[in-house]
Ligand binder design. Sequence first.
Ligand code: SAH
Length: 254
Amino acid sequence: MTGRVAIIGLGPGDDRYLTREACDALDAADTLFGYGPYLDRVPARDGQTRHGSDNREEGARAEAALRQAAQGASVAIVSGGDPGVFAMAASVCEAIATGPETWRALDIAVIPGITAMLAVAARAGAPLGHDFCALSLSDNLKPWELIERRLEAAASAGFVIALYNPVSRARPWQLAKALALLSRHLPDGTPVIFGRAVGRPDESVTVIPLASAEDIAADMATLIIVGSSETRVIARDGRSPLVYTPRAVEKVSA
Ligand code: SAH
C-alpha cells in the first residue's frame, strides 16, 4: 500500500489558468487540503472531502495530509499560482525531511501552475525578458535585514525584481522601506508594475515610475515587478503601455 500526495498549483485566478494536469490530479484525489479561499476555487466533486485551514498553518496542513496519505489515501494539497513558489511544496518537503520514515515511501507529485509573477508580467508586456529574481517581502520566515541585503544585491546586480507578499495587515511598513531602498540603486524613472488579483474579475495593473511608486496602494493580492535600469516603457495611444526588458545588455554598468 502506498498513498499519494499531489501538490497542485491552481494558477493565479479562475479556472482558465488551471492546467489539464492539475484538473486531472484534483479529480483523482479522495481528500483536498488547502487554504480555504483556494479550496473554494476547486469545483466540488461527490465523494471528495475537504480540509480548509488558515494560511499560516502550512506546516500542520502538510503533516495532516502526509498522515492521511500514509494510511493509503490519495490526497491533494492546493496552492494558488505554483506550489513551488513561496507555497506548499516546500512545506511538504520540510515535513518529509523531519517526519517518520514511512513518509519517504509515499508517491509525491508536484503539479506546476502559473505563478503570479508570470501572470503579471504577461499583462504588462515582457518585463522579465532579461535576468530577474523573485523575493518575498514577508519577514515572517526570515529576518528583515536579510530582505534588505537581498534587495540591494539584486538591484545593484541589474536584476528585474518580482516582489511577492508585499504587504499584509501585520506588515504595514515593509513595502515603503523596500521601495526607498531600491530608489537608492535605481533611476527615478525605473518602471514599476503593480498587478493586483490578476486573472480574477477585480484584476488591475498599474505601471508607474519608481519615484512615484509609494503612491500606489498594494495589498496581499498584489505582486510588484520592479524593473532594472534597462527596463523600458512603450507608450501607446488609447492602449495600456508595453513594459519590456530588452534581451541583450551590451555594457556592464558600474
Ligand atoms: N504560490 C503563489 C505565491 C504565494 S505567495 C504563486 O506562485 O503565485 C502570495 C503572494 O503571491 C501574494 O501576496 C501576491 O504577491 C502574489 N499573488 C498571488 N496571486 C496573485 C494574483 N492573482 N495577482 C497578483 N499577485 C498574486
